[in-house]
Design a protein around this ligand. Structure first.
Ligand SMILES: Nc1ncnc2c1ncn2[C@@H]1O[C@H](COP(=O)(O)OP(=O)(O)OP(=O)(O)O)[C@@H](O)[C@H]1O
Ligand SMILES: [Mg+2]
Length: 248
């Protein structure tokens, strides 16, 4: 197997007396769609935030393409080839879908340079339009994001994570609160993107139908620790996972 594109090494995160993430290590390989599941409060979002520099881990570090990264800074994510979505929607409701997606790209691109050389969008509009088309949002291109349905806003939110052209995208509950039609559409688009671009995904989700049919491998967290790892069918049959999370 090729070297991992992302390695999580012994990450722990303590909040006062709470050990939210406890000595978590795993590798992610190119082109994988890795699911991260577990009960509410099991540390999934905290782990993402430690990997992506939103939080400073108490211990541990990440390696990108085999190179240790001392401290990931959110501003450096695209340089490191990482894109992400947050558990909470992060669209600006009054801005159009197009402008939201362009703005997500400006967080990554050399905006100073583009200003200096008089290229106001440094090709971002074209890229944003491609993503709008890819996620089938064309009818809403100029619509304020806040007037779309919740599911459509989640789709815009997902599209924003792709603006940096990242090699790895981490999605925190992309299907949370989304109806079945939109969920099926989102899953199909992510799978197509994965096949067409070889992009690697790590996906946190509670919707088991979504996770089991999208992911090639699943890691289960409970109380901050990895309790299981395997193919979807192995996870579905794992008694520890059933007891801790999936229920009877
Ligand atoms: N900023 C914070 N300060 C203090 N405690 C926190 C903070 N963020 C998270 N926690 C605690 O850390 C634990 C893990 O929370 P986290 O949000 O990572 O769980 P999660 O698995 O993402 O849950 P959910 O599925 O509900 O999103 C919880 O006990 C939570 O209360
Ligand atoms: Mg969470």
């Amino acid at each position: 197997m090729n070297a991992p594109v992302l390695s999580v090494r012994n990450i722990s995160k303590q909040f006062g007396g709470i050990r939210a993430v406890s000595d978590v290590s795993f590798d992610v390989h190119k082109g994988e769609i890795l699911g991260l599941i577990g009960p509410n409060g099991s540390g999934k979002s905290t782990l993402f935030n430690c990997i992506l520099g939103q939080l400073r881990p108490t211990t541990g570090h990440v390696e990108i393409n085999g190179k240790p990264v001392d401290r990931v800074r959110p501003a450096d994510l695209s340089l490191l080839g990482l894109g992400r979505t947050f558990q909470q929607l992060s669209v600006f409701p009054k801005m159009s879908v197009l402008d939201n997606i362009i703005l997500a790209g400006q967080e990554h691109e050399g905006t100073m340079l583009s200003r200096l050389f008089g290229k106001p969008d440094a090709g971002l509009t074209g890229k944003a339009e491609q993503l709008i088309e890819f996620f089938r949002l064309t009818p809403y291109r100029d619509t304020p994001a806040g007037s779309l349905s919740y599911g459509q806003q989640k789709l815009v939110d997902a599209a924003m994570a792709f603006m940096a052209g990242p090699g790895i995208v981490l999605l925190d509950e992309p299907a949370g609160g989304v109806n079945l039609t939109m969920l099926t559409h989102l899953k199909e688009r992510l799978m197509t993107y994965n096949i067409e671009h070889g992009t690697t995904f790590v996906v946190i989700e509670h919707n088991m139908e979504f996770v089991m049919s999208l992911c090639t491998r699943i890691i289960v967290l409970a109380q901050g620790e990895i309790i299981a790892e395997g193919k979807p069918e192995e996870i579905r049959a794992n008694q520890m996972v059933i007891d801790a999370y999936l229920g009877g």
